[in-house]
Design a binder for this molecule. Structure first.
Ligand code: ATP
Length: 451
């Protein structure tokens, strides 16, 4: 099994991630987060919110609606530009994005210039020269509001959360009396009708984004772009992804999205095909607020009363996927080491991300130990996300907690009944210390970094 298969299997077996609608054969490229997965993903989102909102003087939060006025997606350029060019093979019926064909980048350039020709190319699957002329396919999911399915009632499921931030820019700025520069952060669902979804959580149809839009004076965009890309890279390493598994990749001018002046991806070394996008940092210039001013008729320029200057704020965006990020944290944390029973599997998750911080384990399943062990668990529960396990040998139970990344186990043994002390065992070092039950919450807290 390669690393990807190991993670997919562990995720299913231990309750991190299940295929959606599995009893019906699966819904295809949509995923459910199980009891451990919801904890992990919530922790990833919480760590992001902490870094991007709580610890910042200059960023505030927002939670905008998924359904927005349909004109939003015209202004944003998504109706016109959020398009994949597709070809079908008439022979074997496979479908491809033209950038997945050999020479894809050149084909995309030619397609943009309006003269792409794929007739001389063989189908990547059957090899026959039977590819159709490229067709335009919009990645947004379309739906209808109200009882009529007509053009007047079209609504789109948002393909990114950013637009909610732009259209609320003035509301937020006035309500919080912010001066530029400042940022608005948001976490929420986004939907894309991806043609080639796959690779587990990497590309799905429904996912969560963690996005922050930083509004700056037009002269400040380039400098803030540098600051934010460094800051975002720092965040991933602070939460445990080794530097060697991450890199920056600057977009070439011909790859830039319709809104971007400059774009750098933070890429993670995924076990399928190597480095791939984890998060994008974009210098969007004044595209967004200028377009929304034009399309809505509401002037979204900003007046700086100190310099008496009026301008349309420029935007530096950081846009990461909560699911793609959660997947990267899982992959980076997975470790195996030899031990006396064969192999110890350890998820070396940062404690702030680990689903459970603490597992309380009676040394053995015994009616004398059970009441005290449950009492200890009850004392731990209000302070830390925790679990309790009394089935099977203590060694097996330590391994089970290692495999889901629980940083600390608390063991209640027969001495505990007398001395009112328990043992804390650390996941990574397997070191054990004995502590009084009365001090347990405090001692656990000392061992878990905040964040
Ligand atoms: P890709 O090139 O991989 O399709 P993108 O450039 O379209 O990604 P953005 O539009 O910049 O991605 O979206 C920002 C982030 O949202 C991505 O870095 C990724 O983490 C996440 N994301 C985008 N599409 C998906 C998807 N289909 N499934 C899961 N996460 C996604």
């Amino acid at each position: 099994m390669d690393l990807n298969e190991k993670i997919v299997s562990l995720a299913k077996r231990r309750g991190f991630v299940f295929p959606s609608s599995e009893i019906y054969g699966g819904a295809g490229s949509t995923w459910d987060f199980g009891p451990l997965g919801v904890e992990l993903k919530n922790n990833v989102k919480r760590a992001w919110w902490r870094a991007m909102v709580q610890l910042r003087e200059d960023v505030v939060g927002l939670d905008a609606a998924i359904l927005m006025h349909p004109r939003v997606w015209e202004a944003s350029g998504h109706v016109e530009n959020f398009i994949d060019p597709l070809v079908d093979c008439r022979e074997c019926k496979h479908r491809f994005r033209i950038d997945d064909l050999p020479g894809g980048e050149r084909l995309i350039d030619a397609w943009r210039a309006g003269d792409v020709d794929v007739s001389s190319l063989g189908c990547p699957v059957c090899g026959k020269k039977t590819l159709t002329v490229p067709r335009r396919f919009n990645l947004m999911f379309k739906t209808f509001v109200g009882p009529m399915e007509d053009t007047a009632s079209v609504a789109w499921l948002r393909p990114e959360t950013a637009q909610g931030i732009y259209v609320d820019f003035e509301n937020v700025q006035q309500a919080t009396r912010r001066r530029i520069p400042f940022g608005i952060a948001q976490i929420g669902k986004a939907f894309r009708n991806e043609i080639t979804p796959g690779n587990f959580l990497y590309r799905s149809l429904e996912f969560e984004q963690m996005e922050m839009q930083y509004f700056v004076h037009p002269g400040e965009g380039a400098a803030k772009f540098e600051e934010w890309r460094a800051e975002r890279m720092r965040w991933y390493t602070a939460y445990g992804i080794p530097e060697g598994k991450l890199r920056f990749r600057e977009h070439a001018p011909n790859e830039l999205a319709h809104y971007a002046k400059r774009a750098v991806d933070i890429e993670f070394d995924y076990p399928f095909g190597g480095f791939k996008e984890l998060e994008g940092i974009h210098d969007r210039g004044d595209w967004d607020l200028r377009r929304h001013s034009e399309y809505s008729g509401k002037d979204l320029s900003y007046f700086d009363d100190l310099t008496q200057e009026k301008f349309i704020p420029n935007v530096v965006e950081t846009s990461g996927g909560a699911d793609r990020g959660t997947f990267a944290f899982l992959l980076a944390a997975y470790d195996e080491e030899p031990d006396k029973d064969g192999t110890r599997v350890v998820l070396r998750l940062h404690p702030a991300l680990a689903p459970y911080k603490v597992a309380v384990l009676p040394l053995s399943k015994n009616e004398k130990l059970a009441p005290l062990a449950r009492e200890v668990w009850a004392a731990v529960r209000p302070h830390f996300m925790s679990t309790f396990d009394e089935a099977q040998s203590i060694g097996r139970r330590y391994r089970r907690q290692d495999e889901i990344g629980t940083p600390l186990c608390v063991t209640v043994d027969f001495d505990s009944l007398e001395d009112k002390q328990v043992t804390i065992r650390e996941r990574d070092s397997m070191a054990q210390v004995r502590v009084p039950i009365a001090e347990l919450a405090e001692r656990i807290r000392e061992k878990l970094p905040i964040g």
